[in-house]
Design a protein around this ligand. Structure first.
Ligand SMILES: NC(=O)c1ccc[n+]([C@@H]2O[C@H](COP(=O)([O-])OP(=O)(O)OC[C@H]3O[C@@H](n4cnc5c(N)ncnc54)[C@H](OP(=O)(O)O)[C@@H]3O)[C@@H](O)[C@H]2O)c1
Length: 483
């Protein structure tokens, strides 16, 4: 695949067995089943296909097919019709369920037999295995798969969900374990932000447009802001979330990946290794100043009452960080990242504010490149313009909304699953970039501990704690508020 054919149609031809570990869980129902349906609707699957759910919960084939169908219908309820019903009925014939323990070799032996009985083809199938389970269940499954499926001799590809470890040391230990049992080419470390079309578009857009590429160089940029805010609280994830906090949950992978995709040098070729190397170079160059004006923490009012286990918790549900990139052309460009829960709206966007001429008024709005990921995926360039005597904000849209064509019509997880089937790794994380991300996040977490920082309490539905504005002290910048 070249950098220019991202809108192409790719169909999987070889026999495929797609196993979902933790198939009774939330991620499976919310994201994976709808993505599988979208792939079936677009006829991307081969004839020889088995979709297999594996979990401990006891349920019949019929119950599992019903769960699968319900989640798909719910997800696409606004566009559901007879055609979708036909596709679903046909897909369900290939959907199966196996109940087993994640750490039992006997159950995995039986599971292998079960898959053999499906006998989808005489040809050896490709196995995709999606780990949709809590992090501590991953290793037991990996151990059993290694013992029973002889992964180094077979085409087995593992799709691992973040978090990849909980700090640099545990991530290294996980990779050491994985490297012992599997080849690196079999491992797909998934961050669903890299399934977002606007994030993926950054590579071809910068590669094919020297204008945009020149604009997005460090020497042209005044500051970068990335915001991912949402009105929901932690809900049932409170137990997991309280151990982790939003810096590890959202900043460590999602926001740092978006930043790396924006600021990395354009790779010299299409190879996934080159793309991962360039992202790693940026992540390794990130700098965090241990200063309370470079970090703001918040916790929404009512968080401590959500579960008695968290009644004394200081876990942050909001965080804003100021970073920089320790590289010649980037070192004086402040980077502001923020993310939070129970805020006034759900919005995910990236803003690049361009430098002004020295004769321009400091108060004047800057020119901006704005990339939205949610609720719409779009890339806009907003330039100042003169209208008579009045300055107005003109808008030149590079791509008002990301067009839906070819693979781009698929949801995030659909695009990523297709990538795995075709062996495309540019939009998956490499181990060195995961380690580099943890390295910087560990410094932030360490600073929070040493400085004994406590989160500022903020009201649900507001724009976040006031402390976030301290990050911009001494600059002419403000958090950009989309209209
Ligand atoms: N939910 C999301 O939107 C989301 C987003 C990004 C990343 N993720 C990541 O994706 C993974 C799965 O998320 P999820 O929300 O689907 O998780 P989940 O619903 O908590 O768990 C998935 C399944 O794992 C099994 N399980 C749960 N707790 C277990 C335990 N203590 N011991 C053994 N098995 C257990 C359960 O199946 P059985 O009891 O039937 O075996 C459960 O249905 C997690 O690593 C999460 O961090 C989730």
């Amino acid at each position: 695949m070249t950098m220019t054919d991202m809108g192409s149609i790719y169909r999987v031809k070889d026999p495929l067995i797609f196993t979902i570990y933790g198939a009774s869980g939330d991620l499976a129902k919310l994201k994976i089943f709808p993505a599988i349906f979208a792939l079936a609707e677009q006829k991307r699957f081969p004839e020889a296909l088995a979709i297999v759910g594996f979990a401990r919960s006891q349920k019949s084939q019929e119950d599992f097919r019903k769960d699968f169908a319900d989640s798909v219908r719910q997800h696409y309820k606004d566009s559901w019709g007879d055609y979708q019903n036909q596709i679903l009925e046909s897909l369900l014939k290939n959907v199966h369920y196996f109940s087993g323990q994640y750490d039992s070799e006997t159950d995995f032996d039986k599971f292998k037999e079960f898959l053999g009985e499906k006998c989808i083809s005489k040809q050896q199938p490709q196995h995709l295995m999606y780990f949709s389970v809590p992090p501590f269940v991953v290793k037991p499954i990996l151990t059993q798969v290694a013992a029973v499926f002889e992964p180094k001799q077979n085409d087995i590809r593992l799709i691992l969900e973040k978090p990849f470890g909980s700090d640099e040391t545990t991530a290294q230990a996980l990779f050491h374990f994985l490297s012992h049992h599997y080849c690196e080419s079999q491992l797909y470390f998934l961050d669903h932000y890299l399934g977002k079309k606007a994030v993926r578009s950054l590579i071809p857009l910068r590669h094919m447009n020297r204008i945009l590429n020149s604009m997005l160089k460090g020497r042209e940029i005044a500051n970068i802001q990335i915001s991912a805010i949402e009105p929901m609280g932690v809900g049932e994830r409170v137990g997991y979330f309280d151990e982790v906090g939003t810096i590890k949950d959202v900043v460590q992978s999602h926001l740092l990946q978006v930043l790396a995709m924006l600021t990395m040098s354009i790779p010299i070729d299409d190879e996934a290794e080159r793309v991962q190397e360039e992202r790693t170079a940026i992540l390794n160059a990130l700098d965090f100043k241990t200063d309370t004006n470079h970090l703001a923490l918040g916790q929404y009012e009512g968080y401590k009452a959500e579960d008695k286990k968290v009644k004394n918790s200081n876990t942050e549900t909001f965080a804003a960080l100021r970073l920089s990139i320790n590289r010649e052309t980037w070192h004086d460009v402040p980077i502001f990242l923020r993310t939070g829960k129970k805020l006034h709206t759900k919005h995910t966007y990236l803003v690049v504010e361009l430098k002004k001429f020295s004769f321009q008024d400091a108060e004047q709005e800057p020119n901006r490149v704005i990339i939205e990921f949610y609720p719409h995926e779009s890339i806009q360039i907003r330039l100042l313009d003169e209208d008579g005597a009045t300055l107005r904000k003109g808008e030149i849209a590079a791509s008002e909304s990301i067009a839906c064509y070819g693979d781009y019509c698929l949801p995030e997880h659909g695009l990523l699953l297709l990538d795995v089937a075709r062996g495309e790794k540019r939009f998956f994380l490499g181990m060195p970039e995961i380690v580099a991300s943890w390295h910087i996040i560990d410094q932030v977490i360490d600073f929070m501990r040493v400085a004994n920082l406590k989160p500022e309490i903020y009201k649900a539905g507001c724009e976040g704690p006031a402390g976030q504005h301290n990050l911009m002290k001494g600059t002419n910048f403000k958090w950009y508020q989309p209209s």
